[in-house]
Ligand binder design. Sequence first.
Ligand code: HEM
Length: 298
Amino acid sequence: MSIPQPGVFAQGTRSHRHLEFDLRTGKRPDVVLEALAGLRQPSVSAGGANIVVGFGPQLWRDLGGPAAVNVVAEFPDIEGVPSTPHDLWIWTHGTGDDVLFDVALGIRTRLDTVAVVASDVSGFVYHDGRDLTGFIDGTENPAVEDAYEVATIADGQPGPGGSFALAQRWVHDLGGFHALDEREQEEIIGRTKADSTELADDVKPDTAHIARVVIEDSDGDEIEIYRRSVPYGTASEHGLFFVAFSADPERFTKMLGRMFGASDDGVHDRLTEFSRPVSGAYYFVPSLEQLGETLGES
Ligand code: HEM
């Protein structure tokens, strides 16, 4: 059985950091590997921090040769959804900002000669796992025992134990959202604010967030993703750093399409009136073995 990078699933970490990198002009892809190799033994935590390494489609294709084409996904072209592809995404999460600062600085220093930081976002768990809107985020996330199957590619498929990830920074208009009365806020999400109870079908609008992202496949089963988003920001700019993993990137594309009015019914998610994505990329997160092989570790 292929083993995923453990940080994809590790729980209980309140400090998060997302770094995205672009190769410096003229650098060959393999020099990134030399820089990454030895960064850590990916199977153990580094001083209290989990590290998850994801590769952008272009870099993964360049590194993986013909076999990699089956495990790359290009970000979709959907109006209102910016596509900001980068070469590498490194997600660290741990028990405190001090440890994560050291880890992030170490990663940047190691990659400095070959890649530039394209984005660097510090996130945090807000109260009892709420989004900054005040709504609990994660209620319907797959339970731990189901998350593995939802998030990772099955053995026998290309890229076993790997995952596709969506990393997307959203900026909230909290003033606008909080100016609404609580009932209207609940209709935007589709759940109650206090305890995340789903609104009944006859009161939940078609434009509610959960009405847009709950999608059934041709067998009538709900398509699932495994979300690991956290809030981030300053008093001036803040929102959600949305992160999700899936065995199939098409699930993200379908959900984004239905949120932004690109599906057959043309309905959009009212949440997008109060929050907008300002970045968005798909990454391939190889299994531990494949990461080790790619980095040339035994
Ligand atoms: C500003 C950005 C977003 C915010 C604040 C947000 C917030 C929420 C909240 C509060 C819930 C209900 C509680 C829960 O089940 O977790 C939820 C559910 C969900 N969201 Fe989002 N979300 C955002 C973006 C997205 C995006 C971009 C996707 C997919 C690409 C997505 C997919 C889902 C899914 C699949 C569920 C579970 C639906 C269910 O099974 O009931 N969300 N989200």
